[in-house]
Design a protein around this ligand. Structure first.
Ligand code: FES
Length: 176
């Protein structure tokens, strides 16, 4: 009889320990489930830029105050050289590889650019001309427009946010 009591005392605390462990495990499962659900609701109410389809690869180009009207600056977006132009206070950016044979295009104010081509982006290799507001070909041998880059201005700085039409960029030989 005495032996049996000792066995019960030894067994009970172990059972209680198991029960507490299982309860803790269940509690943690419930808490993580609730946290996951709250996270999902939060992401739904406050979607990130990525989930809104906005290109996540922001590339800082320059300060707004550094690019006066009529001025431009070159920058890189990934492996592509690009051109930012301030056209009468409106910022525009394009891939800077000419769609003809991949020379670098220029805006009228740039160093080393001897010609003033008006409101045109031009390629000195074979006299290709592009319209600054659209990137469309005005003259010369380039077969297609310059690809447009989307921009965002935040905190007084200009960022490239991605190609306006990534599929178009994939189709241009000089960008492939
Ligand atoms: S490479 Fe630009 S016009 Fe030929």
């Amino acid at each position: 009889m005495k032996t049996l009591r000792v066995k019960e005392e030894n067994v009970l605390p172990r059972d209680i320990g198991k029960r507490r462990f299982l309860n803790s495990l269940l509690g943690l499962t419930v808490i993580s489930g609730v946290a996951g659900a709250l996270y999902t609701v939060f992401k739904f109410l406050f979607p990130s830029e990525r989930s809104r389809g906005i290109e996540e690869n922001l590339v800082k180009i320059a300060k707004v105050s550094d690019i006066f009207p009529g001025r431009s600056v070159k920058f890189r977006y990934g492996r592509y050289p690009c051109l930012l132009v301030n056209h009468n206070g409106k910022f525009l950016a394009y891939g800077a590889l000419c769609t003809h044979l991949a020379c670098i295009v220029h805006w009228k104010d740039e160093d080393g650019c001897i010609m003033n081509m008006g409101d045109q982006i031009h390629c000195v290799c074979h006299a290709g001309h592009f319209e600054v507001l659209t990137g469309k070909v005005i003259a010369g041998p380039p077969p297609s427009p310059l690809p447009k880059m989307n921009l965002r201005i935040r905190g007084g700085e200009i960022f490239a946010t991605g190609w306006d039409d990534p599929n178009y960029v994939k189709r241009i030989n000089t960008y492939a």
